[in-house]
Structures are given as C-alpha cells and as structure tokens.
Design a protein around this ligand. Structure first.
Ligand code: 16G
Length: 245
C-alpha cells in the first residue's frame, strides 16, 4: 500500500504526503528502477483519495526526475542508468526521436542569428563569403535531462529567419519545403571541455560523442551542417548491418 507510510511522512496537504510516500518507496527500492507505477486510478482507489491529488503528487516526482511518463504506456520509475538507443539509419530530428519515446523535449538557446560564414561554414555549406548563414546553438534536453549540445549552420537561402525555429528545426524546414532527405554523419570520441561538460551536467573530461551531420536536399544542395556533442553516458548509436551483395 503506497499510501501506507504517508501518515508517517508527516502532515501537510494530501498530495505532499503521497509524494513523500512514493519517494520513500522509490528510494527504499520497493518500486524498482524502470518499474511501472500502478495506474493513477488504482492508486487513488486504494488510498481513497482523488485522482487529482494522485496526479499532483506524480507530477511533482516527474519534475524531480524520479518518475518518467511515457506517452501511451504509463508512468515509470526513472532508470538513471538508462541510455537512449538511437538508430543510425533514419534521418530524423531530435524532437521526433524524443517524441517517439514519450520524452518531453526542451531546448535552451545558446545562439540564434544570422552571421557571415566562417571559412569552415563556407566550405561545408558551399556558400560564398557574402551570403549570411543562420546559426542555431541549442542545449537539447529530454525529460529535463541535458542530452546534447547542438550547433547547426544553414545558408540564409534555406533558413532566412532563424527566429522562425520555435521547437524543431526540421519541422520549420518541412514547412518551407527544405527538409533534408539524406545525410552523412560522422561520430568521433571526445573528452568534454569544462564549459560543455557544465552545460551537459557532467564532469570536465568525461566522455562525449562529437557528431557532425551534413544533410542534403533532394536537389543535392547542402541543407544543414550541424556539430553536436552528445553525452557519452546517455547515448548508444545503433546501426543495422547487412551482408554486401
Ligand atoms: C538531430 C540532428 C541534427 C538536427 C536536429 C534537428 C543528430 C546527431 N543531429 O539532433 O543534425 O539539426 O536533429 O532537430 O542526429 P529538431 O528538428 O528537433 O530541431
């Protein structure tokens, strides 16, 4: 009985008592990492409290990172060691990848604007020195956990207004008919520098994956040049291999 210990957790509003009881159950291992929480309706009935109260308690634990909600499948005890399994064969966006897992995505903007291209951007994007490029730098989070630092550059001919990107770059490119159809991705190991490690919530020198993506339009033009730093402790990149024919 999850609310059994609630009275022991002291007074206060009912939802706080339930929140404390649930937290105690998780910390004591009565609810194991990755385990599903009983449906809110069941908790409400067994504890004889309203579903609104249960919802409020669960919301708080989701915010605190102890529980995770997965769309369509329920609420689970967070598994801190769980790594994201990311397929290397699909050209998808971060927002789509996370939505498919039922994770809530959020980005913190590090940079957004139009700039004259660096020599590297000129080469990668194939733009002349007078053509501005849109730069989008974001810390990308899933369920409030920082996952990657992503710095995308696109020719202003493809993305004239970087401020038009609200949550998803690929969604905006889809809207304007510039969604890439092909990409080349390069992954290399790195040790995270102090400022990057701080953003990602890990220690300086921890392992990271540096990923470079060059994506292309059907016309063959480069759509995007993106350099990302993924947390080495949070991501597995998985590719399916077939026999050459
Ligand atoms: C992915 C891509 C990145 C792309 C972004 C768009 C990798 C390594 N990177 O994170 O190149 O710009 O998705 O995401 O896969 P968005 O549409 O959610 O902004």
């Amino acid at each position: 009985n999850l609310l059994g210990n609630a009275s022991a957790s002291g007074a206060g509003p009912l939802y706080v008592q339930l929140r404390n009881a649930l937290e105690a159950a998780i910390r004591a291992g009565h609810l194991a990492d990755g385990e599903a929480l009983p449906p809110e309706r069941e908790i409400a009935e067994s504890a004889n409290i309203s579903r609104v109260t249960v919802r409020k308690a669960v919301d708080e634990l989701v915010k605190a990172g102890l529980l995770v909600r997965r769309q369509g499948s329920g609420t689970f005890v967070a598994n801190p060691g769980e790594r994201v399994q990311q397929s290397l064969s699909m050209l998808t966006s971060f927002t789509e990848d996370m939505a498919r897992r039922g994770f809530e995505t959020r980005s913190i903007w590090l940079e957004r604007g139009l700039f004259f291209p660096s020599p590297e951007e000129m080469i990668k994007l194939g733009v002349a020195s007078h053509v501005k490029v849109a730069r989008l730098g974001r810390l990308r989070m899933a369920n409030q956990v920082p996952m990657a630092i992503e710095r995308a550059s696109l020719s202003s001919e493809i993305l004239p207004d970087p401020d038009a990107v609200k949550t998803s770059l690929y969604e905006e490119l889809g809207r304007t008919g510039f969604r890439p159809v092909r990409a080349v991705q390069r992954i290399s190991a790195c040790n995270l520098k102090k400022e990057d490690a701080e953003l990602l919530g890990v220690r300086e020198g921890d392992a990271g994956l540096a990923i470079e993506r060059l994506s292309y339009l059907a016309s063959g033009h480069v759509a995007e040049y993106t350099c990302s730093l993924y947390r080495g402790d949070a991501y597995d990149f998985v590719a399916e291999l077939t026999i050459p024919v």
